[in-house]
Ligand binder design. Structure first.
Ligand code: ADP
Ligand code: MG
Length: 691
């Protein structure tokens, strides 16, 4: 006698070959079958009068054969005319046998199921499932589920397996505990787990099939709720695990911070100060901080990071900042060097491309603690890098890093036996409800104010026929001492092609604008070359910088006030917003020209209109979410959220607040958490745990 937790091969008729196929669907244990839910349903629970049938509709019909002939059209086919009291339609078979032709002779009553389509003879069903019937042949008792499947595994087979699993569930209901308390279910008017599973695998004929199809049925919502809850609980578990470790308690380092601020040519904004308060509070506690700063491009996150780093240094610890690209890491390196060396703080630099002696030196300085501040790419968190005492790890632009790296960071504190505090910074604003789910393991601070004196970037959308005008615009801006970016995009994933396109554009613009100094930066240049070009641009030695989207993140040149983005229709809204954020950092009015290639699709036009209408990162993120969906917005690598089985962050957005509240209540209960996480995340949860 098999049970729900048994491997799938425990079921009757499941051998190794079938188990392999099921494995491709993520079905390994019997209970996985229960959570392998139908994509859609067919209604075979009632007969539809032929006269009521419309093209596109799937239905069971029954009628008497009035004619059965082989017809020669473009393809030879068997055409069977079928009539009931309400109308007439044709069944058409392109593959048929003489026996079939014989069987379907006029006068026979046939019941058929299939999708009606507009054909040569009116409504037709191609290759219906059919059988000869008498008037007492019963219709199905339930809607027919159609499951996601894989090659070599047909629907009847999957259906039979699901039925077996449901049978086992009925025999031993306690094997699949319903962990959501009744009171909660009643409050939200949601059914229990077992009832939901039964309904979804076997919807009765009176079910609201529209609701079911669009994921609005209480049974679906109930499971979506549970899945969202499982994801949140697993993230919270990561958090609890990290926070169970000790962290160095760090002083605010006020005097060091004051000396730093005195060097800056500006005062902090209110939002920067508020976020710093939140950070100081976290750093003064003996548990690791896990805090995300969301701040639009240009909101001044780097200075906040520097201030936090100074707290760590004042507490005799090291601080590290990790950036996702070498260009950005190098820029941070230059900023931190300029800021910290006057204060007598040594800043080290480490990236993948740093080789040989320079690398050994950097690692030695990090290990023996000479380097107090460390800047780099993810190379910082490789196994061979040891810190003397890492007190604070700052991760910039975190949408490129995931939960795994967050856990891996723990180990970098090994020397002192303490786990570093973590500060994560992102310029990708995420709508609040989404953030609650995606960042359930983090506290969130928002820098919701831009430094004063910025004028919002004006955006214009221009077809590429008007390229010559745009070139004139660059000439004018640069003749007035300002600088410009020209961003080349390519839909092609190939970096080689992107870079070639950028080179061609650079050449063309050099010819068109002979009086300007034109630079080029792209992903295939050596990092030293990139850095040289960026430095020259920042120093004003270049007027115009042609670039691929490598400049997307974080590059800061306040004098640049014009950006041309070629083929913006190929980019997502958030990416456009990031790019555009490179201008509008100084006090002169800035412009962004979206130079598109007509014709535009409807959704492209929508997206470009959003860019023209607003510079508010949160609004853009919300639109992006509407247009592209959460998987794209969050990035699949970041969380498991994009791979949910049933829940849909957009559709189920209204559940998220409840889920958060429930997760808060349940997180202290390891049994419930364990059951839910195993049920919904399975392997993935195991991976979180191993890091
Ligand atoms: P982001 O949040 O996009 O990383 P940065 O930290 O690069 O933004 O800051 C953008 C620019 O704004 C930098 O030139 C920085 O020196 C400047 N800046 C930061 N804070 C302030 C402030 N309070 N007042 C004026 N300028 C500021
Ligand atoms: Mg930045």
């Amino acid at each position: 006698m098999s049970d729900l937790s048994a491997p799938i091969t425990a079921l009757k008729g499941v051998g190794e070959a079938l188990a392999l196929k099921l494995g491709r669907l993520g079905i390994e244990r019997v209970s996985d079958l229960l959570f392998h839910l139908p994509l859609r349903y067919q209604d075979r629970t009632r007969l539809t009068p032929i006269g009521l049938l419309r093209a596109g509709q799937e239905a069971v019909i029954e009628g008497e054969v009035t004619a059965c002939d082989v017809v020669k059209g473009r393809r030879r086919s068997l055409l069977v005319r079928l009539r009931d009291a309400s109308g007439i339609l044709s069944l058409r078979f392109f593959h048929f046998s003489p026996a079939q032709q014989q069987q379907l002779r006029p006068g026979t009553t046939v019941r058929a199921f299939g999708e009606a389509r507009a054909g040569a003879t009116g409504l037709e069903i191609y290759h219906p499932e059919y059988r000869l019937s008498g008037s007492e042949t019963p219709v199905d008792e339930y809607f027919t589920p159609i499951y996601p499947t894989t090659e070599g595994l047909n629907q009847p087979r999957l259906r039979a397996l699901a039925q077996q699993a449901l049978g086992l569930l009925d025999d031993a209901p306690e094997a699949l505990p319903d962990v959501i308390p009744d009171t909660l279910l009643q409050r939200f008017q949601l059914p229990g787990l077992h009832a939901s599973l039964h309904l979804l695998h076997q919807p009765p004929p009176d079910v609201n099939i529209e609701q079911l199809t669009f994921g609005q049925h209480p049974a679906t919502r109930r499971l979506a709720l549970e899945e969202l809850l499982a994801h949140q609980l697993s993230l919270r578990e990561v958090r609890l695990r990290i926070q169970a470790d000790g962290a160095p308690t760090l002083p605010s380092g006020r005097s060091l911070q004051a000396r730093f601020l005195a060097q800056l040519p500006f005062a902090l904004t209110g939002a920067q100060r508020r976020v710093l308060e939140e950070i100081s509070h976290d750093l003064s506690r003996p548990a690791p901080m896990l805090r995300l700063i969301q701040g639009d491009v240009g909101s001044g996150k780097t200075v906040v990071a520097a201030m936090a780093a100074l707290s760590a240094l004042a507490g005799n610890c090291q601080a590290a900042i990790m950036a996702p690209t070498e260009i950005l890491a190098e820029q941070h390196y230059r900023s931190f060097k300029a800021w910290f060396e006057p204060l007598g703080i040594e800043v080290a630099w480490l990236a993948g491309k740093l080789k040989g002696k320079a690398r050994l030196d950097a690692k030695a300085a990090i290990a023996d603690g000479r380097a107090r501040m460390v800047v780099g790419t993810h190379a910082l968190f490789q196994d061979d890098v040891h810190f003397q005492c890492l007190g604070l790890a700052i991760i910039d632009e975190q949408h490129r890093f995931g939960v795994h790296q967050r856990l891996a960071l723990r180990e970098k504190g090994e020397a002192g036996g303490l786990t570093p505090h973590q500060l994560i910074m992102t310029a990708t604003p995420i709508p609040r409800t989404l953030a609650m789910s995606a960042y359930a393991d983090l506290d969130v601070s928002v820098i919701d104010e831009l430094p004063p004196g910025r004028t919002p970037v004006k955006t214009v959308v221009v077809p590429d026929e008007r390229r010559p005008e745009v070139v004139e615009r660059i000439r004018l801006a640069c003749s007035e001492g300002r600088q410009a970016y020209w961003v080349c995009t390519l839909i092609d994933e190939s970096e080689v092609l992107q870079c070639q396109a950028a080179e061609v554009t650079r050449d063309e613009l050099t010819v068109a604008l002979p009086e300007l100094a034109v630079g080029l930066v792209h992903g295939r240049m050596k990092s030293s070359e990139k850095a040289e070009v960026m430095t020259a641009f920042k120093a004003g030695e270049l007027d115009l910088l042609v670039a691929t989207t490598v400049i997307e993140v974080g590059v800061d040149v306040p004098n640049a006030s014009l950006m041309i983005i070629e083929n913006p229709e190929r980019l997502g809204l958030s990416q456009l917003h990031q790019l555009r954020g490179r201008v509008g950092r100084g006090s002169t009015e800035s412009f962004c020209v979206l130079l598109y290639h007509p014709p535009l699709s409807k959704s492209s036009r929508q997206r470009l209109a959003v860019m023209r209408e607003t510079t508010d990162g949160f609004r853009i993120a919300e639109k992006d979410l509407e247009i592209r969906g959460p998987g794209e917005v969050l990035g699949t690598r970041q969380t498991g959220l994009a791979q949910m089985k049933i829940a849909d962050l957009e559709r189920d957005a209204d559940l998220l607040e409840r889920v958060t509240a429930m997760a808060q209540t349940l997180q202290g209960n390891p049994d419930i958490t364990a059951v839910l996480v195993r049920r919904w995340l399975g392997e993935a949860a195991g991976r979180y745990g191993q890091v």
